[in-house]
Ligand binder design. Structure first.
Ligand code: GLU
Length: 296
């Protein structure tokens, strides 16, 4: 198998330290396994996309010495592929239109919570729209044992999620006419032939949904590795939304060194003075940390 990995930033602001850690980890893993490293701009969430942020992120990656092996893919140019996947799922009867408003779902979940039962989408529209207009499209998840999805995360170990009790039928096309992240990411990774997904731990909770979707669409499931996210002093995930500062493009080695430390990588006694030195030491340290044999 030829390794194909990727970094998939959402252009909601400039690259910050948290996203640098994800970028670097996916880069090191691809390099250590002599694979290809691709970049995908996840710009389908119209309301959250900041004009110019994607170009800024791509320029920063370049500046930091991480160059994609193929031309970056932009999700906004792939709408027809998402539509095609939805049609495929419609033809199998696995998706249905949902007319529930956020408030209706929240209310029913509140009742469920009071009864101390599930917080998953209760499946109200599984049996029809009950006279309401269609707002979103949902994917039906199985009941019982087939709803339990397991996978072995390369960093975090064995994971299990019961889609029926923990998630419920989930949205593929949102009420605001946007494609849901879950659908887009699965279609894109499959089309790009991605074999290894390396990303932040905050996306761990989405992985079971993505594996289920891969099965529904008949595409392969890649290997997963979720790296611990960087948090601020309040223990919150560092994100563009909570004011993480942009990286100083003039000092890539400083930020990269800090990112390597976050990953627990030991780069030797002499601090690297060039990007080349940094990547060579960091790739070797990552290969050692992950037990990747250099001869591959
Ligand atoms: N676009 C997502 C983010 O920036 C990452 C998606 C993924 O790696 O699967 O959080």
């Amino acid at each position: 198998m030829t390794y194909r990995g990727r970094f998939a930033p959402s252009p909601t602001g400039p690259l910050h330290f948290g996203s640098l850690v994800s970028a670097l980890t996916s880069w090191l893993d691809a390099r250590a396994q002599r694979g290809a490293w691709l970049v995908r701009v996840e710009d389908i969430d119209g309301p959250r996309t900041v004009p110019g942020a994607a170009e800024d992120i791509l320029a920063t990656l370049e500046r930091f010495g991480m160059r994609a092996d193929e031309t970056p893919v932009w999700q906004s140019q792939r709408m027809a592929r998402y539509q095609h996947a939805l049609e495929q799922l419609k033809s199998t009867g696995l998706v249905y239109p949902c007319g529930c408003t956020r408030k209706e779902i929240a209310d029913s979940l509140l009742h469920a919570h009071a009864r101390n039962t599930t917080l998953a989408y209760p499946g109200t529209c599984r049996t029809g729209l009950h006279g309401k207009p269609a707002r979103a499209w949902r994917l039906r998840v199985p009941d019982g044992e087939p709803a339990v999805i397991t996978f072995d995360d390369r960093w975090q170990g064995p994971q299990t999620q019961n889609l029926a009790t923990e998630v419920g039928d989930f949205v593929l096309r949102r009420a605001d006419d946007q494609w849901a992240y879950q659908l887009a990411v699965v279609v894109d990774d499959a089309d790009a032939g991605i074999t290894h997904i390396v990303r932040g731990e905050d996306l761990m909770d989405s992985t079971a949904r993505q594996i289920y979707l891969q099965r529904c669409l008949g595409v392969a499931t890649p290997e997963y590795l979720h790296v611990p996210v960087v948090t601020n002093e309040h223990g919150e995930k560092l994100s563009k939304q909570n004011g993480a500062t942009a990286l100083d493009s003039d000092k890539p080695l400083e930020a990269l060194g800090a990112a390597a430390r976050h990953l627990g990588l030991k780069l030797g006694s002499e601090p690297p003075t060039t990007l080349e030195q940094f990547y060579s030491a960091a790739t070797a340290a990552w290969a050692k940390r992950m037990n990747i044999r250099a001869s591959r």
